[in-house]
Design a protein. Structure first.
Length: 271
């Protein structure tokens, strides 16, 4: 992680968070086909379970992607958080990714999709992008309401399940079969991690916080991406069109144009 990115991690309060213990898991290319939602365990399986871990970097959270010899691999991910001040569309960012033919994973919340249904349809139809789950209510995923940045998490196993399944169902209305989830604030407890995994959902962490919750300058964003290590998952935002994110991404992609960099999806595949 670049110095600028490391310094700005604590500024990310809207969609992800400060990183904690560096326990990582690498995504694998194979995925598990899921059955029906009714086949998954209900909240009663987790009743009475008391979390012992809470944070953004826990066992079971994927923080790197598969790599290949001789080429650097980076996975760009962009969150769309929704809400009164978070439902914008950074069209410049989307256009930049398209102009450079760069793949990206877009984590969309339910409120953002409801505010932008036409944009969601266009993104879902574009093979450069994979749409994934950023939560029904954009909350930390917990079973006891633990808060991150003053935002209370889901308060029970039933609420945690609804946070995943509600938005998963909404994505399905756009023809998207979502298998990845990133919580609002990117915080989880260990019981919620187990709930997600039990629903064939992989949890997307991050290696590099590129835009500090859409507050970084273009130079900071560009440096964070250019300096991202091999296998990095880069987190930034696509819902603040007046931020420095789009310009920073453009600068980074122009800088990396002549280098052997693979921009992949979270499972390591290409469009």
């Amino acid at each position: 992680m670049s110095v600028a990115a490391a310094a700005g991690v604590s500024a990310l309060a809207g969609c992800a968070s400060s990183r904690e213990t560096a326990v990582t898991e690498t995504a694998t290319i194979t995925s598990t086909s899921r059955e029906t939602v009714t086949a998954y365990a209900g909240p009663e399986r987790y009743a009475g379970r008391a979390p012992v871990l809470f944070g953004s970097s826990l066992p079971g959270i994927v923080e790197t992607v598969p790599t290949v010899p001789g080429r650097r691999t980076i996975a760009l991910t962009f969150d769309a958080c929704g809400g009164p001040h978070g439902s914008g569309v950074d069209q410049q960012l989307v256009d930049t990714l398209r102009q450079h033919s760069v793949a990206a994973t877009l984590f969309l919340s339910a409120s953002w999709m409801r505010a932008n249904p036409d944009v969601t349809r266009r993104l879902a139809a574009d093979p450069l992008f994979r749409l994934e789950n950023h939560g029904t209510r954009h909350l930390p995923l917990t079973v006891n309401g633990a808060a991150a940045y003053g935002i209370p998490g889901t308060a029970s196993p039933a609420e945690a399940i609804a946070e995943i399944d509600g938005n998963r169902a909404l994505l399905a209305e756009y023809g998207v079969e979502s298998n990845w989830f990133r919580a609002g604030t990117a915080h989880y407890d260990d019981v919620a991690v187990e709930i997600a995994r039990g629903r064939d959902v992989r949890l997307a962490g991050y290696t590099v916080n590129a835009d500090f919750g859409a507050t970084a300058t273009p130079s900071q964003v560009a440096t964070s991406i250019v300096d991202a290590p091999d296998g990095a998952i880069v987190l930034a935002h696509m819902n603040h069109p007046h931020s420095g994110t789009a310009d920073g991404v453009r600068r980074a992609l122009e800088h990396l144009r002549g280098e052997a960099v693979r921009f992949t999806f979270l499972d390591g595949t290409l469009p």
